[in-house]
Design a protein around this ligand. Structure first.
Ligand code: NAD
Length: 423
């Protein structure tokens, strides 16, 4: 099909990118320097060395982090990522984005993030458990239901959260359910949490389709990443009647111009561990996927995918960001110019933290909700945030990411200003 397209090469420091996005909003809001200086940097950073006894008896040491960007609106909230690319600046950026996300959807949390620089594919289950438990113990000095609450992110899942919750509980001497979210259901997880990020993205995507008068059967979707966010989004949108023309994972992608059979692709992934090799589709690269003819593009893998190099070749009418930080500020300028309808990450993937908030509330009260209650409340909160952003877009002619930042940064700044500077 297409000629080979080089992968995006704009090397970007995610924290520099996050600060640029913040500066733009701070300028527009005319934030005083006293507040701007405080919100531009993380409040607290913890770097830990995580020794792990491997199955062969050797001890390896991995680098781990937990960064709390802001605590002005409540306890810090943010996921834990296991990936070889994890470094302090990635975690700082992700923590800052969590502050804006929680403020945008108006839940009473600050922002944080954590991670370990490791490729978990190289570890046995036992090694992964020992790594998780030691990392949890190392960061436990700043973790807790009232202070900072981890959740899953890339390459971590409900089992990882169960080990973290158990480790924290053993250290405290009693079960501390609300210290971690994204846990399995039978130890205090919430109904609907696993699919929550994808479900939230789909609620706002359907609102966008209504706004742009696009009918679901005529809306072709390409999705980069086939994990928690991308895989669940593919399944749900396919069930809603949208043709999913492309999906991918870290090994490569698949394209079918009339739409893939997502259930069959999922069976293939369960059998082989990847989407590649599925026969009823054309193989494509991850870079090619971003530039396919489609109405909706959903990046749901790593950051820095849409850059000044490829933004002008994005054909999608809607860019619905499932991943954190998939678009650089330079690419934003191009997308704005070409009129791409952007659902920014702080809105598009906020479903996960909204249902994490519900899980935290349920854990504190030891009173659990039905899946219907969870989904109804998720829809109410995220659809309201979508219309709040669209109102700012319409009234002030801002790009959607800028509009989302104006709402979010204002709320965090108001909280920080009202609480004042100690001492
Ligand atoms: P995951 O580990 O479940 O899945 C990640 C997927 O991306 C996998 O299919 C993997 O193969 C693929 N991938 C990895 N590297 C890739 C590459 N270089 N090119 C293409 N695909 C690649 O992770 P997830 O939880 O689905 O998270 C995906 C994104 O969504 C991340 O940016 C994460 O921060 C964001 N996010 C996740 C949640 C959540 O609740 N899980 C919430 C908010 C945001």
């Amino acid at each position: 099909m297409m000629s080979h397209i080089a992968p995006p090469t704009e090397p970007r420091n995610p924290f520099v990118m996050a600060q640029q996005q913040f500066d733009l909003a701070a300028d527009l809001l005319e934030l005083p320097n006293s507040i701007r200086r405080r919100l531009r940097v993380p409040r607290r950073e913890l770097k830990v060395a995580v020794p792990v006894r491997m199955d062969d008896g050797e001890v390896m040491v991995y680098e781990g982090y937990r960064v709390q960007h802001s605590l002005a609106r409540g306890p810090a909230k943010g996921g834990i990522r296991y990936h070889p690319d994890v470094d302090i600046d990635t975690v700082r950026a992700l923590a800052m984005w969590m502050s804006w996300k929680c403020a945008l959807v108006n839940i009473p949390f600050g922002g944080s993030k954590g991670g370990v620089a490791v490729d978990p594919r190289g570890l046995s289950l036992g090694e992964l458990e020992r790594l998780t438990r030691r990392y949890a113990a190392e960061i436990s000095i700043i973790i807790g239901p009232e202070s900072d609450i981890p959740a899953p992110d890339m390459n971590t899942n409900a089992q990882t959260m169960a080990w973290m919750m158990d480790t924290l509980s053993i250290h405290r001497g009693h079960t501390v359910r609300a210290a971690v979210t994204g846990k399995p259901l039978h130890i205090g997880g919430s109904e609907g949490r696993v699919e929550a990020t994808a479900r939230g993205l789909i609620y706002v995507l359907h609102e966008s389709l209504k706004l742009l008068e696009l009918s679901p059967p005529a809306t072709r979707v390409a999705i980069q990443g086939f994990g928690n966010v991308g895989g669940n989004a593919a399944r749900m949108l396919h069930n809603d009647g949208l043709p999913i023309v492309a999906v991918s994972d870290m090994y490569g992608g698949l394209y079918h111009p009339r739409g893939l059979d997502i259930a069959a692709v999922q069976v293939h992934v369960q059998r082989t561990g990847s989407v590649i090799g599925y026969r009823e589709a054309e193989p494509i690269s991850n870079a090619e996927l971003l530039e396919l003819p489609c109405e909706v593009l959903i990046p749901a893998a790593l950051g820095n995918q849409i850059t000044s190099e490829n933004a002008h070749r994005i054909h999608a009418r809607i860019l619905a960001e499932g991943a954190n930080g998939p678009t650089t500020p330079e690419a934003d300028a191009i997308l704005q110019e070409q009129g791409t309808f952007v659902i920014p990450d702080v809105l598009g993937n906020a479903g996960g933290v909204i249902v994490s908030y519900f899980e935290w509330v349920q854990g504190l009260q030891e009173y659990f909700w039905s899946e219907q209650e969870v989904n109804t409340n998720l829809e109410r909160i995220i659809v309201k945030a979508f219309h709040d952003v669209m109102r700012v877009v319409a009234e002030q002619q801002h790009y959607a990411r800028t509009a989302a930042y104006l709402l979010a940064v204002r709320r965090v700044a108001d909280a920080a200003e009202t609480r004042g500077v100690y001492p």
